[in-house]
Write a protein that binds this ligand. Structure first.
Ligand SMILES: [Zn+2]
Length: 416
């Protein structure tokens, strides 16, 4: 008989998070990602009646949130909503449930929490989602909260990509679409077709003089700075990115030094040492579908002083910045003064750029307090998605804020 193991993943309100990796735990056979076996689909769930009283149209909201994952073209996932039931509680009872948990927020500062059970082979057996009753009244978007928890339900850990739904911290406001990072991550767990044929595989190691770096955030950014896919290195410093679409990428490794840290992750990654190292890029590489790019080595020697952690916008005069570890939402055609802050910033020296050529810097850098700001004009045809900010003190001292910008196009904004 196999033991059932469980873990609980919570969505915190005002803390940061990093990396769309699979939930990975130490099992008898070694570190193992946990996921639903193909025989469990369609996966059934029940919705507690209180979900429909706390959240208007709550059962439809839950279905839409799960549907976001199931509708990704590269993914093979299916669910059955077994309907609204009067008494559904979290706990190992053979039913996957979405229920309301009183005082989740008051006691633990969590908006929602997912509990997973799996066997010694890493096969998911059950998952339950609990939501605080204040979710709607506090201004959170219930669909976004459930979509985040559905990611855990399916076996995803948090993502260090700031713009992602799987980022550990939830923002208030309208629902945001799933980010490229988590779409690629879920498709590599539940692929519709053999991903080695329809996309590229990138693998390698992140090393320094001391050997392997465990818990490095490895990102494949396209030439518009979009973090298309990311993952974390294992204890041997190895990384594996599957499902990367053909294109040209800048592959880089950055430390898990905030806004997402090992403490925001579950399972084995929670024990990663938060080792600091300078962010390192490989030269741009063109990848083709159906090919494996193995033995990529990112050398991350040196001392990391620069660590961007916060982003925000400020008046065109470059003062009064409002900074946070949440993504800054920008629109095509906009002129906006972007401010970036963190550790190791040097007045008069630290610069930054948006790794997307549609952003043209139109002012000099201004320095105030612990931040640097500049105004950018955004091409109206920028296209929606996310983008990364690259901060530098010198050509050899660079660091990224991955997915710091969420770009919405101008047309959609007017239509709103
Ligand atoms: Zn979470």
């Amino acid at each position: 008989m196999q033991r059932a193991l469980l873990a609980t993943i919570a969505l915190a309100v005002s803390a940061p998070l990093y990396a769309a990796s699979a939930l990975t735990y130490s099992l008898p056979g070694g570190p193992q990602a946990v996921s639903w076996p193909s025989s469990s689909f369609p996966v059934h769930y029940q919705i507690e009646r209180r979900v429909t009283t706390v959240i208007p149209d709550g059962d439809a909201v839950v279905d839409r949130a799960f549907g976001e994952w199931a509708s990704i073209p590269q993914v093979s996932l299916s669910f059955v909503d077994d309907g609204v039931v009067d008494h559904a509680t979290a706990g190992r009872d053979g039913h996957n449930t979405i229920s309301i948990a009183d005082d989740l927020f008051a006691n633990q500062n969590y908006v929602a929490v997912t509990t997973n059970w799996w066997d010694d082979s890493g096969r998911m057996l059950e998952a339950d989602i609990q939501i605080d009753p204040s979710v709607q009244s506090s201004g959170f978007n219930p669909q976004q909260v459930v979509a985040h928890e559905a990611g855990h339900f399916l076996g995803l850990d948090h993502s260090a990509v700031i713009s992602s739904v799987m980022f550990p911290y939830v923002t208030k406001g309208t629902n945001i679409p799933l980010d490229s990072d988590e779409r690629v991550a879920i498709a590599s767990i539940y692929p519709r077709a053999d991903p080695t044929l329809s996309s590229a595989t990138l693998s390698g190691r992140v090393l320094d003089d001391g050997g392997a770096i465990f818990g490095a955030h490895v990102v494949a950014a396209d030439m518009k700075g979009t973090p298309v896919a990311s993952t974390l290195t294992n204890e041997n410093g190895e990384f594996l990115l599957r499902g990367v679409p053909a294109g040209t990428y800048r592959l880089y490794a950055e430390p898990l030094d905030g806004p997402v840290e090992a403490a925001n992750l579950a399972g084995v990654y929670r024990t990663a040492a938060n080792k600091d190292f300078p962010t390192q890029f490989l030269p741009p590489m063109q990848v083709e579908n159906g090919k494996v790019y193995g033995s990529l080595v990112i050398n991350a020697n040196g001392v990391a002083r620069l660590n961007p952690m916060w982003i925000g916008s400020c008046g065109l005069n470059g003062i009064d910045a409002s900074l946070s570890s949440k993504p800054l939402v920008v629109h095509g055609g906009q002129s906006i003064t972007i401010a970036v802050a963190g550790e190791g910033f040097i007045g008069g020296l630290t610069k930054f750029e948006v790794m997307n050529p549609a952003f043209k810097r139109v002012t000099d850098f201004k320095y105030a307090g612990n931040y640097v700001a500049a105004t950018f004009a955004i091409d109206p045809a920028v296209g929606s998605g996310s983008a990364t900010i690259l901060v530098s003190n010198s050509p050899s001292e660079q660091a990224t804020l991955t997915g710091a910008l969420r770009i919405e196009d101008a047309v959609r904004r007017r239509a709103k």
